[in-house]
Design a protein around this ligand. Structure first.
Ligand code: ADP
Ligand code: ZN
Ligand code: ZN
Length: 731
């Protein structure tokens, strides 16, 4: 018997199957999907690889075929569907087969099987409240988290508790020593025996019922669920999942990592019990692999998690849900740079099941397909909680403030609103929708950013006094006057969260502040500690970047200030308006809950920009219409296909020469069907001593872009092999 083996490597030169003989004792053990160790190359060094097929015969000279050495892990056959998915990913996103297999296959290691461990509160209710009181006074955050969880339910699943609440053994021990908490073990109950949490299951409103029915009955594979923030999408998912489980099938739920909070997980657990599990980036490879194994053996029926949960090896997959599917975190940042949304659609089609894409701000490509009827569409336009309304949103025009000689970063309306909120002892969130990006040059008087005449993206300022386009490479000298209105007040606009915090302290000396950005969230727990402090009322103002807007519910926040909507608008990316609309709508959604009305102030130099106007009215359809006009005029997706090839390398001269030569050859070969932009320097040209350039491409058919990728992979191979340049693909 012979096996086709893919060697685990990022080198294109060996990105094809090699034939090996299967030794007698491994016959029947090695299967497609098994990880194997094989001798490779002249020196017969042992390398890891994947078996992708078994053959009884070979056309090669049998005397020269090498033999498989051993199995590094347990031999588990891979579902043929998963293999097909990996091969498709390699075709769609580039990279090597081995990289695609590594993304799809969990790192198979031997781990001891997990049993379901529970933490059970054995003390009285009064003891629980006493302990909570003490923990709160002493600011023992881990204890507070655990005890609060016990106030909601007296039995907690240990894996979910330690994953999401970050409870260490020592924290638990102080309670088990006192006999207040016991650790117990259970076998997962059969699905049929699950008791539904009576508080968890809410009677659905009419919109929710309609959505559930449409999702279950519509025959179309892809179902878009558009629902405003707070419309109760999760409740819809829970009901659909229940129906799918009842039919004997399994479910994958993708949730952005940052939104995968304890509360979210518990909503699923309360409904479906021990058959729910999750994977996320903090799990060790062994733990993740154990959970995947349980899923393939039927011990887990619902898997929740970010991107990689998509590869849960369920045998009988009945549904995939992608929540907040517009989130950029669904794009992988490692090769293969796959889109988890697109890959979810592919996996659903291989499994013959349905995929639900949910969002309050759907990506326009997908919404367009729903409007055209290619995808099914359900809409929910009201908030689920009785009496809850969307916040009141108003614009503060920074051009006006400039004219009134207000040089502070706070407009008059925002200052006033902050004063009032502080007086009422309510909390404020100040949101900087980008961290210190200062590349674009814009006009203080009319708000326009100086853009590229060819690409409709802002030009980037360079220290040598030129403005450059990061799409096509167009460049011009720095302007002295605004090309739109002639004003001389033109400059780059950069501001960081640190500066904002300083200015809050200056303007409101008695306000207590917290800041959340990449600097303050270092370390394992930074992120959570800040949110907990804010939630406990230890600060009046939370200042932060995108991190603060997602999935966090602070009942006492009644004011959200968006300091400069333009920061994410003036980014050289054709999706900048869409991203801005998403961020604004999400940030607005943080203000106010049922009992206290919320208010949001959006500061901007561009109050008439369609993305800002639609976000203020929280009107997705208005945004969509305008955005599509822009995309069509510029042939950006979905009006065409757009993608890029990135070049990076330590030697600037080599990199430039290679990028330019390769781009020229590609243009000569594919100029008929593909429009090439660049190669241009990336927005961040030098990162970690690597110079970076990108060649962007537009085409009417995806296949034409994929053909260029294939061609470039071949052409660049010698340089890539010598590590003189690196090449990656954008999907
Ligand atoms: P979304 O994900 O659409 O933003 P959620 O699913 O988180 O919204 O629901 C928002 C809030 O509405 C939650 O507090 C949830 O418990 C509540 N909710 C959802 N459905 C109902 C319902 N049918 N009746 C009452 N409250 C509901
Ligand atoms: Zn101007
Ligand atoms: Zn350009």
């Amino acid at each position: 018997m012979f096996a086709k083996i893919i060697i685990d490597s990022s080198s294109k030169a060996i990105d094809r199957p090699f034939t090996y003989r299967i030794p007698g004792h491994l016959e029947g053990v090695i299967q497609p999907g098994s990880r194997v160790r094989v001798p490779f190359g002249k020196g017969n060094t042992l390398r890891d690889g994947y078996c992708i097929g078994i053959e009884t015969d070979t056309a090669l000279d049998p005397g020269r075929v090498k033999e498989i050495d051993s199995l590094p892990g347990t031999a588990q056959p891979m579902e043929s569907q998963m293999m097909e998915l990996a091969i498709w990913m390699r075709y769609r996103y580039g990279g090597t087969l081995a990289q695609a297999f590594a993304a799809v296959l969990p790192n198979r290691k031997d781990v001891k099987p997990v049993r379901n461990r529970l933490y059970v509160w054995k003390g009285t209710k009064d003891q629980l409240l006493d302990q909570l009181y003490i923990a709160e006074r002493r600011k023992y955050y881990a204890k507070i988290r655990l005890l609060k969880a016990f106030t909601e339910r007296l039995t907690l699943p240990a894996d979910l508790v330690s994953d999401r609440l970050q409870i260490q053994a020592s924290t638990l021990k102080s309670f088990t020593d006192q006999g207040l908490v016991a650790v117990e073990y259970v076998e997962p109950a059969p699905m049929a025996d699950l008791k539904r949490d009576p508080q968890g299951a809410k009677p659905l409103n009419a919109e929710q019922q309609a959505a559930v029915r449409e999702i279950l009955e519509d025959p179309r594979q892809v179902h878009l669920l558009y629902g405003i923030t707070g419309s109760g999408k999760t409740e819809v998912y829970l009901n659909v999942i229940e129906a799918v489980l009842a039919s004997g099938k399994e479910v994958i739920v993708l949730i952005p990592e940052i939104a995968l909070t304890y509360q979210t997980v518990m909503r699923f657990y309360a409904r479906f019990g021990e058959r729910v599990s999750m994977v996320h980036s903090r799990l060790s490879a062994g733990e993740k692999s154990a959970r995947f194994r349980m899923a393939s053996e039927g011990g887990i029926r619902v898997m929740i998690g970010p991107r990689s949960a998509l590869f849960t090896p369920f045998k009988n997959l009945g549904l995939i849900i992608v929540d907040e599917f517009h989130e950029p975190s669904y794009l992988s940042d490692q090769s293969p740079k796959y889109s988890a949304v697109e890959t979810a659609v592919k996996r659903a089609s291989l499994a013959g099941c349905k995929v639900v894409l949910g969002s309050a701000t759907p990506l326009v490509e997908y919404y367009g397909k729903a409007l055209s009827g290619a995808y099914a569409l359900s809409r929910m336009r009201t908030r689920a909680v009785q009496g809850s309304r969307l916040p009141e949103v108003e614009i503060a025009d920074l051009r006006e403030e400039f004219r009134k000689r207000n040089r502070s970063i706070f407009s008059e309306p925002l200052q006033k609103a902050m004063e009032e909120a502080l007086m009422r002892r309510e909390q404020i969130m100040l949101f900087l929708n980008r961290r210190g990006y200062s590349g674009a040059v814009s006009c203080r008087s009319c708000g326009e950013a100086v853009g590229c005449p060819h690409c409709s993206v802002p030009l980037n300022y360079h220290k040598n006094g030129t403005l450059k386009c990061h799409y096509c490479g167009f460049s011009r000298p720095m302007v002295k006057q605004c090309p739109a209105c002639g004003s001389g007040m033109i400059s780059t606009f950069g501001i960081g969260t640190e500066k904002v915090e300083e200015m809050v302290k200056e303007r409101f000396p008695s306000a207590r502040t917290l800041r959340m950005d990449a600097d303050t969230t270092g370390g394992k727990d930074g992120h959570r500690v800040i949110l907990e402090q804010f939630n406990q009322g230890e600060a009046d103002v939370l200042i932060g970047t995108q991190m603060i807007v997602k999935g966090h519910d602070f009942p006492n926040v009644t004011l959200v200030g968006i300091l400069a909507a333009d920061l994410s608008l003036n980014v050289p990316d054709y999706r900048a308006a869409e991203r801005t609309f998403q961020l604004l709508v999400q940030a607005e959604g943080r203000a106010g809950r049922a009992d206290k009305p919320g208010r949001c102030i959006v500061q901007t130099y561009l109050p008439d920009h369609y993305a800002v106007r639609a976000a203020v009215k929280q009107d997705f359809d208005a945004f969509y219409e305008n955005e599509m006009l822009f995309r069509k005029a510029m042939h950006y997706p979905p009006a065409g296909f757009f993608s890029g090839i990135r070049f990076a390398g330590p030697d600037e001269g080599v990199l430039r020469a290679a990028a330019e030569q390769l781009s020229k050859e590609a243009a000569d070969t594919f100029g008929q069907t593909v429009r090439f932009l660049g190669p241009a320097e990336e927005t961040a040209y030098k990162v970690k001593d690597q110079y970076r350039m990108i060649l962007r491409m537009k085409a009417d058919a995806l296949e034409d872009l994929l053909a260029v990728k294939q061609y470039m992979e071949g052409k660049a191979e010698p340089l890539v092999r010598d590590k003189r340049i690196y090449m990656t693909f954008e999907s």
